[in-house]
Design a protein. Structure first.
Length: 371
């Protein structure tokens, strides 16, 4: 080490051909976690099964002294403790969250970062105050264009020391579709530490990077925010030197509850001959899921599944189910979702340098054997 931040925080990179997962990536995978796919059976994910990604450390925070500052380009800056926030009308929304990097580890070449497979997802009932109510009370001044959110987590990334900060366009922050929440409860209980205690942002339909945890400041700005997490990270790029396009809403995805029972190491599945119920969840941050298709022959043919209604929870995943007649042999099951705006999961692998929004259809290897 040479005493500079760069000596402990290198640039983003793509793995070399044949390069395996590093010990640094394993360390990230050990402190973060995905949702076991059998958790898809729950309409609402128990907090301990919901996926977790923590950029830096989980802060040690005291709710008794916590205050949320609302300022910047507003007429009346606010400082609100948890008691004051709970005096506002409480709103509960069921929201599916997915990490923007979900699926990254399956890319070739692999972007070197948190090595997600497909489990970085979860659905919860979030309770809090609509952000638009707080901004209305503060009084947004003319000329405002964005709202910046600052969390209490602090660290260094690619040589840049920073608090975790993200912004939303003003129209999203003050809108009611989706209605952004300043949340203080998850599934009817105070937020767990890893999920943002005591306050976090919930932005329905957007990838997880927008859901700022340990929220301490809301700042209305009259210029676009150019902080690291906005202008450098979370951009779709094919090369390191292009500005890229921002990652925003969740691309459609369907996942299957693994059928039968697993092999310990490979996680390949074993089922018995006969009718096998295949089921799971599907979601999109753009529009309700309209169609889910399942293939039992590696994508050569597809059958439609029955899709459950998302109402009254338009920002939560929908259930799906189909019966498959299994006979002895080896299979690759696949599932894909299409939303009401016609967005469908790809069959060919998309790629970008950050490994974001990889929604390639799920593949599940299954062996059917007699008892």
């Amino acid at each position: 080490m040479d005493g500079s931040l760069e000596s402990v925080s290198g640039p983003g990179r793509v793995a070399e051909p044949e390069e395996g997962i590093s010990t640094q990536e394993l360390a990230l995978a050990a402190r973060n976690h995905g949702m076991p796919l059998e958790g898809l059976r729950y309409d609402v994910t128990p907090p301990g099964l919901h996926y977790v990604l923590v950029h830096y450390d989980i802060p040690a925070l005291d709710a008794a002294g916590w205050e949320l500052a609302v300022g910047g380009r507003v007429r009346t800056p606010l400082s609100l403790d948890l008691t004051a926030l709970r005096e506002y009308q409480a709103v509960t929304q069921r929201v599916t969250m997915e990490c923007a990097g979900n699926g990254r580890a399956r890319l070739t070449p692999r972007p070197v970062s948190q090595p997600w497979l497909v489990e970085a997802v979860g659905t919860a009932d979030w309770t809090g105050v609509p952000l638009r109510m707080l901004l209305d009370e503060a009084g947004v001044e003319p000329g405002a264009v964005e709202v910046v959110f600052t969390g209490a987590d602090h660290g260094v990334e690619r040589g840049v020391e920073q608090d975790y900060r993200r912004s939303l366009p003003l129209a999203v922050a003050v809108g009611d579709w989706p209605e952004v929440l300043v949340a203080y409860a998850m599934n009817g209980e105070p937020l767990p530490p890893q999920h943002g205690f005591p306050l976090r942002l919930v932005v329905p339909g957007w990838y997880g990077m927008a859901q700022v945890k340990w929220l301490r400041e809301v700042t209305v700005a009259d210029t676009p925010f150019t902080g690291f997490q906005q202008a450098v990270a979370y951009r779709f790029r094919q090369s390191a030197d292009e500005p890229g396009e921002p990652v925003t809403r969740i691309a459609p995805r369907a996942l299957m509850v693994p059928p039968g029972f697993p092999d310990f190491m490979s996680r390949d599945r074993v089922v018995r001959p006969g009718l096998v119920a295949l089921e799971g969840r599907a979601w999109s941050g753009y529009a309700p899921v309209e169609r889910v298709e399942v293939s039992a022959d590696g994508g050569n043919s597809w059958m439609d599944a029955d899709v459950g209604r998302q109402a009254p929870h338009p920002w939560a995943w929908a259930s799906w189910r189909v019966l498959w007649t299994a006979s002895p042999g080896e299979y690759v099951l696949m599932v894909r979702a299409t939303d009401a705006e016609g967005r469908a999961q790809p069959l060919e692998q998309p790629w970008n340098r950050g490994g974001f929004a990889n929604n390639l259809v799920q593949h599940v290897r299954v062996l059917c054997v007699s008892a």
